[in-house]
Write a protein that binds this ligand. Sequence first.
Ligand code: URA
Length: 437
Amino acid sequence: MNDFSMPELIGRKRDGGTLTPAELRWIVEGYTTDTIPDYQMAAFLMAVVCRGMDDDELAAWTEAMLHSGTVLDLRAVAGPKVDKHSTGGVGDKISIPLAPLVAACGVRVPMMSGRGLGHTGGTLDKLESIPGFSTEVAPEDFADQLADLGLVLAGQSEELVPADRKIYALRDATGTVPSIPLIASSIMSKKLAEDLDGLVLDVKVGSGAFMKDLEDARRLAETMAGIGRRHGTEVVALLTDMDQPLGREVGNANEIRESLDVLRGVGPPDVTALVLRLAEEMLLLGGVAADRDAARKRLELAIEDGTGLEVLRRVIARQGGNPDVVDDPALLPTADRFHVVRAEESGYVTACDAERVGWAAVRLGAGRARKEDEIDPAVGITIEAKRGDRIAAGDPLAVVAWNDPTRRDACLEMLAGAWRISATPPEPRPLFLGEVR
Ligand code: URA
């Protein structure tokens, strides 16, 4: 391997220069194998935050991250493989109903999800509220399960993209997370390591999202789609609203209950609309539907005839969970103490701040304030009033299901002020804000 000088490469990036693919590979390999120290990598990452990366640099950096560990080889699994990634939000349980529905329609979904980050919830944490369910699937079982059931709902193994694990932890501690090239390469290296034919991205925009503004979200979507194209994987990105929580439930077990409602055809309208729209894109990328109408009909049938629920039932059983929760959600953990948050005035709800609700859920114990914290799967927040609703003073805004009074009080303090109420109704804010292909 070439030996470059880290101070020279840091200086070049700091001054707005570009690095070659060999230099970028050397940095990723050197940091992953501990020959480049944290302080030099932190300085380099800060230079990237300030100066960015051009398309060639970004492609080389992402490929180096992707090949820093094992890459899944799913060639032996017949059929198209398509996954979905969300940039994260509050009440964002979309993957849980989406993946079984898409698998029921003939697309293989090798889904690797993450844990909650900051105020946003994580699919793995929600799935683990199902008694017995394990999100650790051994690499030797992964392809078999995907071939048998069409779906794996797992966490990322230690061997997959180890460079990102190390670089992300350093970014978190050095103020170098908010950079479009660093975020895009981090997400895409992990998704491309799944050996996909296609990827659908749900890029969230609004108070509860990492991208607060539409232009930044669009640039992130374009950057990720560009990385996919260079790699030879088709990517479609939807820009969707995250100014208020998705659906009614924010937490873990309560979000599984709401996901089951979607699979039964009785889910909340926003969650159902988003699941169906993302699923349509996955069916089209997988080539199992001739057009959007055909994809929609196929998905509606998988809800009506219960095949989506059946895929989930089998995946839960295969991954060690109790499949009876699908028919009897009362088997999921529940808290039996409740506090109703009530409106102090009458009017229209003009905002239900997703970020505040997300932090309130963390305080309640539904998320982690520190990496090592344990989640309480039974607690959660049910949103009773959303943007556009007309309410009277005293009406419920939310119901908090709690287990620990100190946590309940901390949650209520954060929830106070999450709603804005006005005499006039708000301008409608669409769920779908744009797309990038
Ligand atoms: N999620 C990731 O996986 N990486 C980032 O850099 C930010 C969010």
